[in-house]
Design a binder for this molecule. Structure first.
Ligand code: CP
Length: 311
């Protein structure tokens, strides 16, 4: 593996999932692989799980880890050819090349603005690192994608499915803040690659990018969509068409025990209790959120392992 910035960087998903599950059983088997190798993690935005699980994954492989909250460093300019006489102090061209001298792998988290659709869709932060860095890049959640989370979710469903083709539903939920589409986008792409009966339910007007959803069935009636589901993945995203806007906060879309039935509940976390999902679901036996968060380590570890093997 030369990089992991998008789901399509995975060559053989089933093999990768199997390997992640084996790593979970024996996390230090490849502790020699990362000796004298450094992972530099760059955070333009906050994180709990991604930061700690990716660091743990790297250390399980014997890597050194450096973490930079980019907002504590010099302001980086991404525009080409601009006159840097305002807020930006250094250009991505220098920054990426300099960081590449300290790193064997660079991981980047950079969320969208949710105000400039074209700029967000261009993935200019992630693409600039890919362009100017001289080492492999890992996406720790970008403007439009969260491929490490999606690999985690695929591992979790594979581990816990009790039938060959489980029914998986992605259900939109209300939220008081405008959130990115990244987690939902990557989950959709991942489910399209898996042997699952997959559909999406959301209020009318909350369609994700059609280039991502493609032919995935969409049902605007949540209760109907959830019938006989084995796994229900709940996530808010702000409006994609009326970009970044909150057009619906209907509490009837919150996930409840009654709606979930016997299905397993999934969420990437962090989650707002009694807004996105009621307490009874998160505190109940059908919630997988803590197991999911644990699998973040092994998703990151299997990706890092493949990248280290390719260096
Ligand atoms: N799910 C996830 O990416 O969590 P963090 O934002 O805490 O990293």
């Amino acid at each position: 593996m030369k990089k992991y910035t998008q789901i399509n960087d995975i060559k053989n998903l089933q093999e990768l999932i199997k390997e992640a599950i084996l790593l979970k059983m024996n996390p230090y088997e490849y502790a020699h692989l990362g000796k004298h190798k450094t992972l530099v993690m760059l955070f333009f935005n906050a994180s709990l799980r991604t930061r700690l699980s990716t660091e743990k994954a790297a250390r399980n492989l014997g890597m050194n880890v450096s973490i930079l909250n980019v907002n504590d460093a010099w302001n980086i300019e991404f525009e080409d050819g601009g006159i840097m006489n305002t807020n930006s102090t250094e250009h991505i061209k220098e920054a990426a090349k300099v960081i590449s001298q300290y790193a064997d792998v660079i991981a980047v988290r950079a969320f969208p603005s949710l105000t400039d659709k074209a700029k967000d869709q261009s993935e200019y932060v992630l693409r600039s690192f890919e362009k100017y860095a001289t080492v492999p890049i890992i996406n720790m959640e970008s403007a439009t994608a969260h491929p490490l989370q999606a690999l985690t979710d695929a591992i979790t469903i594979s581990e816990l499915a009790d039938k060959p083709r489980p029914k998986v539903v992605l259900s939109w939920a209300p939220h008081p803040k405008a959130l990115p589409q990244a987690v939902a986008n990557s989950f959709v792409e991942m489910m399209q690659m898996m042997e699952v009966d997959f559909s999406i339910t959301h209020p009318e007007g909350y369609e994700l990018d059609e280039a991502i959803t493609k032919n995935t069935p969409i049902n605007h009636k949540q209760t109907e969509a959830l019938k006989d589901a084995d796994f229900v993945y709940v996530k808010n995203w702000s409006n994609f068409k009326d970009y970044g806007k909150i057009l619906n906060q209907d509490p009837n879309w919150m996930m409840t025990e009654a709606k979930l039935g016997k299905a397993k509940f999934m969420h990437c976390l962090p989650v707002r209790r009694n807004v996105v999902v009621e307490d009874a679901v998160l505190d109940g036996d059908n919630s997988l959120v803590i197991k999911q968060a644990n699998n973040r380590t092994f998703a990151a570890q299997v990706v890092l392992k493949h990248i280290l093997e390719g260096l």
